[in-house]
Ligand binder design. Sequence first.
Ligand SMILES: O=C(CCCCNC(=O)Nc1ccc(S(=O)(=O)N2CCN(c3cc(Cl)cc(C(F)(F)F)c3)CC2)cc1)NO
Length: 241
Amino acid sequence: MTTLFISDLHLEESRPDITSAFLAFLDEKARGVEQLYILGDFFEAWIGDDERTPLQEQVAEALRTVSDAGTELFLMHGNRDFLIGEDYCNRIGATLLDDPTVVDVYGTPTLLMHGDSLCTADVEYQKFRANMRNPQWQQMILQRPLAERQQMARQLREISMAKNKDKEEFIMDVTPDEVVKAMEAYGVQRLIHGHTHRPAVHELEADGKPAKRIVLGDWGENVWWLEAEPGREPTLKKQPL
Ligand SMILES: O=C(CCCCNC(=O)Nc1ccc(S(=O)(=O)N2CCN(c3cc(Cl)cc(C(F)(F)F)c3)CC2)cc1)NO
């Protein structure tokens, strides 16, 4: 009985090494597990389920095989792939999860988040996020012809490349008070999230009781996953790409 959590693969055509690491992960680690949770930034970019790229098809086929074999798949949006829709989720056999969602992990209520909403110190990003997550904005974008959205995504990437002069876009860490606030609001003692690319297990206190915040790692250099089994603390695992 095993449940796995991954996030921040940032799958994209320019990183075939991550795609093959993911396919190997599905084959070797995820085979036969009960649940696989993908907690956001699974893809580096997503401009609508109607853009059918070879990468998306290849990944969908591999995930469909895993879900058809009996593993329950769950997908959560990240700050990159928040436009993934029900259509793609149906194609891969995954359930789309709200951010945040509380799930039961072998008897322990666990709060699942992508994590970007916890980075409240990044005021500029939170403003950007509010627009991107606004259903009206999303409808407005998704109604544009695919070619136009592809052009816009290219421009946005160029802007962020120019801004960051080919270094990684800086991702602020979570605000500690925000973490406690979220865990107390949902009455949980365990939180699992990604986004910050700072994998670790943090001990803290929520509601005057010991609590844990588990941060998943991105797949830029290593394969990271969290393994949960009944009666054991979840374990963060990593191996080279
Ligand atoms: O975490 C931090 C910072 C972390 C980094 C935050 N940056 C970050 O996520 N950037 C980003 C994410 C997705 C893409 S995209 O290519 O997939 N794609 C672009 C066009 N999209 C769009 C959607 C909507 Cl609704 C509305 C528009 C509109 F109207 F603006 F054009 C465009 C859909 C998504 C491109 C860049 N700090 O703490």
